[in-house]
Write a protein that binds this ligand. Structure first.
Ligand code: NHW
Ligand code: EN5
Length: 388
């Protein structure tokens, strides 16, 4: 039933519960000279292209492909609409490889019809830091689906990752594949309940009127925590220390250094927002929260075309209670005109979701590792990794 995935070095369903299998790489690396030197074959009408994400024109082509063909919810009411600025940020972290931004074009028209990407990351699994590729933005044009193009794209990105002497990868998907290291639940906090209901993102609860619903989700105009402010460049060393220390408690988490923190967490307009708490007395940085901007196209609504969503990213509390910190995150997200604030039940998020009036969504997110076996599936709260 999974002809492709059964042929790959990933945890297999038949091995679940087998405690004899060791944790760690499933296959050893080979010599680089043994990695296939030529790209995999595509159907004859198509050709490989490396997408130069520094070129605005190529970035626009990728944006257009994803805008029309990327991930939808199970009822096809919404489709992720990653912005061009977001894509350049997501795909150009420190040490990125241009060769891992892989497109497929129709030979005759040169139209971009498929895409897959990797970016390098150091991911810690228990006490081992492993160089990995984070794979994302796998997309095949709607008219070319179910032709087994995805396995070819996955094999080609794998080959190009191997050429950089990297042998493991991390990825997430809304579908079940062999086999998740954990399965997370999406939760949603309404910021603009009227619009969410109008577009079918949420429903008016039983025995609820619109005005009671609006009142239920009302938030103050400004954050409550003294010393709550935007993160700045000068905060990178302190935020890196805070975050590294926090992430050390999870079984799987990124191993961020200062360069990574500068790239992934320093605020970038309309892409990522980060706030911290600086103690008004000691000027110590004690707490941190962040979210990224990922709008969705609303498919077929007369009145609205985009849903503005914020996604919880990395949050750390040492002094301010996490509940209060995240309430402040909701307040600033509302001030920035987001319609909804989304979060997964990873890290310590369960401790605030219900109290802050998040409700469970109809979507799940499965996390996977390629060529790395984990003995038991993790609880979502043991996971310290958020992919975009
Ligand atoms: S998840 C988002 C994926 N994209 C979308 O859902 C967009 C809309 N859908 C599409 O574009 C985030 C197509 O439906 C896609 C499949 C392209 C999804 N991951 O070509 P066929 C990511 O980007 C398997 C992995 O006929 P299609 C993460 C499926 O199980 N595999 O299907 C990406 C089947 O294999 P099986 C997926 O519908 C991680 C085969 O593809 C998958 O025309 C990639 C069917 O292919 C998914 N999301 O195209 C893996 N969806 O064995 C990275 C389906 O079951 C691995 N499939 O027969 C690591 C690589 C690097 C290693 C480095 C050491
Ligand atoms: C790779 N980086 O299904 C990502 N989203 O719940 C790829 N549901 O928005 C994997 N169906 O529940 C992506 N509203 C996997 C996710 C794909 C997108 C997806 C779900 C996550 C989602 C919404 C809309 C459902 C529309 C109909 C949802 C309910 C919100 C409600 C607010 C008030 C309190 C209760 C919940």
């Amino acid at each position: 039933t999974h002809k492709f995935w059964e042929s790959q070095p990933v945890g297999q369903f038949k091995d679940i519960g087998d405690s004899n299998l060791p944790e760690g790489p499933i296959e050893p690396p080979t010599l680089l000279s043994e990695v296939k030197q030529e790209p995999y074959n595509l159907p004859s009408q198509y050709e490989w292209t490396t997408c130069d994400m520094e070129s605005d024109e190529t970035c626009r082509e990728v944006y257009d492909l994803l805008k029309c063909n990327y991930v939808e919810d199970d009822e096809n009411m919404f489709r992720f609409n990653y912005s061009q600025e977001f894509l350049t940020w997501a795909l150009r972290p420190p040490g990125y490889y241009r060769s891992w931004h892989i497109g497929v074009r129709a030979k005759s028209s040169k139209k971009l019809v498929a895409f897959i990407t990797g970016v390098p990351a150091r991911i810690r699994v228990r006490d081992e830091v492993v160089k990995m590729a984070e794979i994302n933005f796998l997309c095949v044009h709607k008219k070319l689906r179910s032709k087994r193009l995805a396995p070819v794209m996955i094999k080609e990105v794998t080959r190009r990752v191997h050429l950089e002497n990297i042998w493991q990868a991390a990825y997430t998907a809304g579908v079940v594949l062999p086999t998740p290291i954990t399965t997370c639940q999406y939760w949603h906090r309404s910021l603009n309940p009227k619009k969410l209901i109008d577009v079918g993102f949420s429903r008016l609860g039983a025995r609820m009127t619109m005005s009671r619903t609006i009142k239920l989700y009302k938030l103050p105009d400004s954050p409550a925590t003294p010393g709550f402010r935007n993160m700045e460049l000068r905060d990178v060393p302190a935020v890196t220390r805070l975050l590294r220390n926090y992430l050390s408690q999870f079984v799987v988490a990124p191993d961020f250094d200062e360069n990574d923190v500068e790239h992934w967490l320093l605020p970038t307009e309309n892409v990522v927002d980060s706030y911290l708490v600086e103690s008004p007395e000691t000027h110590e940085i004690t707490d941190f929260c962040s979210f990224y901007t990922l709008p969705s196209s609303i498919l077929g609504n007369q009145n609205h075309s985009t849903l503005k969503a914020a996604y919880s990213y990395y949050n750390v509390s040492t002094k301010t209670p996490l509940l209060q910190l995240m309430n402040d995150a909701l307040i600033v997200a509302k001030q920035k005109d987001f319609d909804v604030f989304n979060a997964l039940d990873v890290m310590h998020n369960e401790s605030f979701l219900k109290e802050l009036k998040f409700g469970p969504g109809d979507g799940q997110l499965h996390y996977y590792l390629y060529n790395y076996r984990i003995r038991h599936a993790l609880r979502p709260s043991e996971l310290g990794l958020v992919l975009l």
